[in-house]
Design a binder for this molecule. Structure first.
Ligand code: GLC
Ligand code: CA
Length: 522
């Protein structure tokens, strides 16, 4: 396996409970992931990131961990995790696992101890317990999932939970907490994982004295302002310690920050040479479908890492946001745009993330019945926000009706019209989204190593080259646009028949991207 694999890697996000269900209980599991490794190798990704599969009461889909060193029976056991890592490695796929250090589950033994202990005790000091203020919570902080970030316990104290009350925040100024997580990292590194995706990497340290945020509607993952509980400078000390642990293992073991921070410059701080290897680019996720917006985000992202050894990352979707087919307008138009965005994304220098199902062109499921909604956001928002279940609907693999080869009857129902979107239905269709991703990922391995240079392009079109031999054009507009022809077509997001190729010009169809090689003579 090559050195510094993570600089250009395409990393596929597996949301374990919705990927593949091997034992037929309707919930995806580790043996299910193992059974699909050939699919992932054939798709052409370099690594797999597995969302949490640890022991959990599943108050937040496993992001509420009760035992960081054990596999929840829902997902298998430790032997399944070890076998999955070994089988992935045998196919040349790296494995990244989630670590959830900002909070534990309220069913973690530490929290049970804290509840049983007295205010001011060592057991309480592992979390953030405080006395209230004027009969209410200690300060004005709000939970990301809605409502106050504090819950009161019977003796009158309050504990902090930036997410669900079932996810109490840890106190990262406590040395026992730090030692425990260093040990958890080693536990998984000893089992061969190639890195960690660090959940809420921007949240672990809170401002001294827990001052008021002095605003309302504070907490959203897509935060744009600075808050006393996010992106505090103290978090970087933790990553410097973790980097030493990662570097003490052979091979290139990496840390990836899930950090929702206001600017690309703030994000770059997580990527200093003695900290983490990558950080998710949420500004790219948030970009609306428009040429100037994408160009600005791409430039800012590249500028932010320009002075650093770290690569930029490119992310279109994950398990927390609406799928981009739907964000870009849904239906035929959303899919056209999503396919164009895929070619744009996979043409950029750095590391790209693919969220399970985007290679099938899956849309968000927006009409899940109320009674199946499992995301705590639905309850915490007083049923005003339907939450994130619509991007977590189990994948359609094969066959003509639900559960489409997923396994048992799926924990969230799949739309009947996904019959046309199964991996099986798309596999041999050269115009399918799956074929587009497979071909793009194959070609991506041989793209020039150079960064991007923007070329002149008509309004609404982005054109850039990497080196002399590769150009990418994207027509964001909803009409065809004619421009000088950059070379020979290597790959297009639209059917080849739609491309208006002249001797020296090309008419780019609406909402499409093309990869070109060399000059017109090829
Ligand atoms: C991260 C996860 C999200 C989870 C939250 C709390 O943002 O991606 O799914 O709800 O952290 O752990
Ligand atoms: Ca299962």
């Amino acid at each position: 396996m090559s050195n510094e694999w993570w600089r250009t890697a395409t990393i596929y996000q597996v949301y374990v409970r919705s990927f593949a269900d091997a034992n037929g209980d309707g919930i995806g599991d580790l043996p299910g992931v193992r059974s699909k490794l050939d699919y992932l190798a054939d798709l052409g990704v370099d690594a797999v990131w597995l969302t949490p599969f640890y022991t959990s009461p599943m108050a937040d889909g496993g992001y509420d961990v009760a035992d960081y060193r054990a596999v929840d029976p829902l997902f298998g056991d430790l032997a399944d995790a070890e076998a999955l890592i070994a089988d992935a490695h045998a196919r040349g796929l790296r494995v990244i696992v989630d670590v959830v250090p900002n909070h534990t589950s309220s069913q973690h033994p530490w929290f049970a101890e804290a509840l049983a202990a007295a205010p001011g005790s060592a057991a309480r000091d592992r979390y953030l317990f405080r006395d209230g203020r004027d009969g209410g919570p200690p300060n004005d902080w709000e939970s990301v999932f809605g409502g106050p970030a504090w819950t009161q316990v019977p003796d009158g104290q309050w504990y902090l939970h930036l997410f669900d009350p079932a996810q109490p925040d840890l106190n990262w100024r406590n040395s026992e907490v730090r030692a425990e997580f260093a040990d958890i990292l080693r536990f998984w590194l000893d089992r061969g994982v190639d890195g960690f995706r660090i959940d809420v990497a921007h949240g672990m340290v809170k401002a001294d004295g827990l001052p008021d945020a002095e605003c309302t509607e504070q907490a959203s993952l897509l935060t744009t302002r600075s808050l006393p509980y996010f992106d505090q400078d103290g978090v970087h000390e933790i990553y410097r310690e973790w980097r030493k642990i990662l570097d003490s293992y052979p091979g290139e073991r990496i840390g990836v920050a899930e950090a929702w921070v206001p600017t690309a410059e703030r994000l770059a701080r997580y990527l200093r040479p003695d900290e983490l290897h990558q950080a998710f680019n949420f500004h790219y996720v948030e970009a609306e479908w428009s040429a100037p917006v994408f160009r600005r985000v791409i430039d800012e992202s590249l500028d932010a890492v320009a002075g650093l050894a770290a690569p930029s990352t490119w992310v279109l979707s994950n398990h927390d946001v609406h799928r981009h087919v739907t964000r870009y307008g849904g239906g035929e138009q959303g899919l056209r745009r999503a396919r164009a965005a895929a070619l744009l994304t996979l043409a950029l220098p750095g590391s790209a993330y693919v969220y399970q199902g985007e290679e099938l062109g899956l849309p968000e499921v927006t009409d899940l019945p109320d009674e199946v909604l499992a995301d705590p956001v639905w309850e915490r928002s007083g049923h005003t926000d339907r939450g994130r279940d619509g991007c977590r609907v189990p994948l359609p693999w094969s066959g003509s009706e639900p559960p489409f080869g997923f396994g048992g009857s799926s924990w969230l129902p799949q739309p009947a019209d996904w019959a046309a979107l199964t991996a099986e239905a798309q596999h041999d269709d050269p115009e399918s989204t799956l074929s587009l991703y497979r071909e793009a990922l194959r070609q991506r391995r041989a793209l020039p190593s150079e960064g991007i240079t923007w070329d002149e392009a008509p309004d609404g079109v982005l054109a850039f080259r990497r080196g002399e031999s590769f150009t990418c054009t994207v027509n964001f507009t909803s009409s065809p646009v004619t421009m000088p022809r950059p070379g020979t077509v290597r790959l297009a997001s639209c059917p080849d028949s739609e491309l208006g190729l002249g001797a020296d010009t090309v008419t780019l169809p609406a909402e499409s991207a093309v990869w070109w090689s060399g000059d017109v003579d090829g």
